[in-house]
Design a protein around this ligand. Structure first.
Ligand code: IPD
Length: 262
């Protein structure tokens, strides 16, 4: 596990350094993916290429799932889950909150995760059963926060229909909590939760590359991460918070049917 974590961290740092050095201006080469608001920059692709090359060199035969390049076939029990830039829109606009995220899954379970936030000089790491860390500091999420006092992070997907529902849902959540934060990177939202910078997080439509590494950082900090009605976290829905607040937020969200209209 330590070897996985060390390799993932080295690669996430190298990709982050490359991205910092080549940060774009708005004229950067931009393509769109699922909708006109879902962008991919040339640097997304360059970052994923670099990460894939480094993994393949160190661990030939492992499978790799990347946001931009899909999944490379392979027989191995080990799968690397890569988001070359989480928070692409922030990256494009010169906002600081974007991250390189790398998770290592063995037998379908994430065992190591690294989220590098280059603009802040922060690298979040976690290993299954061994805790979550920021630099030398062990992370513990906030506990004992009641819903009305909770600072809740969330995000919005790229489809118009999905966003309409997300808007309705957040309108019902906002009057019931301390406040809402929309940072623009699911990976950083989950790491912020682990570091006690927000109390809870929910979102519909996030993908394994968004939450793979940061999900482990959050759960290793003591938080619970799951979907609605006892289901595991998935692109359908994610809620994350310390036990107690998790259930309160879940019970507010579930009757709002936030998975509808996908
Ligand atoms: C997005 C970010 C954002 C979340 C979106 C994600 P991307 O990932 O994590 O915070 O709200 O759902 O798609 O496109 O920047 O890699």
């Amino acid at each position: 596990m330590t070897d996985f974590l060390t390799l993932a961290e080295d690669i996430a740092r190298e990709a982050g350094d490359m991205l910092l050095a080549k940060r774009p201006t708005m004229s950067a080469e931009i393509e769109t993916k699922s909708s006109p608001t879902d962008v991919v920059t040339a640097l997304d692709k360059a970052s994923e290429r670099l990460i894939r090359e480094r993994i393949e060199a160190a661990r030939p035969g492992d499978r790799i799932l990347g946001e931009e390049g899909g999944e490379a076939p392979g027989e191995s029990d080990v799968r690397w889950i890569v988001d070359p830039i989480d928070g692409t829109v922030n990256f494009l606009y010169g906002l600081p909150d974007w991250a390189v995220s790398i998770a290592v899954e063995v037998g379908g379970r994430v065992v190591a995760g690294v989220v590098n936030v280059p603009t802040r000089g922060e690298v979040f790491t976690a290993a299954l059963g061994e805790g979550a860390w920021l630099g030398g500091a062990r992370l513990r999420c906030n506990t004992g926060v009641p819903l009305p006092q909770a600072l809740v992070a969330t995000g919005f997907g790229y489809s118009k229909a999905g966003r309409a529902v997300q808007g309705e849902v957040v309108a019902k959540v906002l009057p019931r909590v301390r406040d809402i934060r929309r940072g623009g990177s699911c990976a950083i939202d989950l790491c912020s939760l682990a570091a006690g910078r927000v109390d809870a997080y929910y979102e519909r439509g996030i993908n394994p590359w968004d939450y793979g590494a940061a999900g482990l950082v959050a759960t290793e900090s003591g938080a619970r991460l799951a979907g609605l009605n006892g289901r595991p976290v998935s692109p359908d829905f994610a809620i994350c918070a310390a036990p107690g607040l998790f259930e309160e937020l879940h019970d507010l969200l579930a009757p709002l049917d936030p998975e509808r209209g996908a």
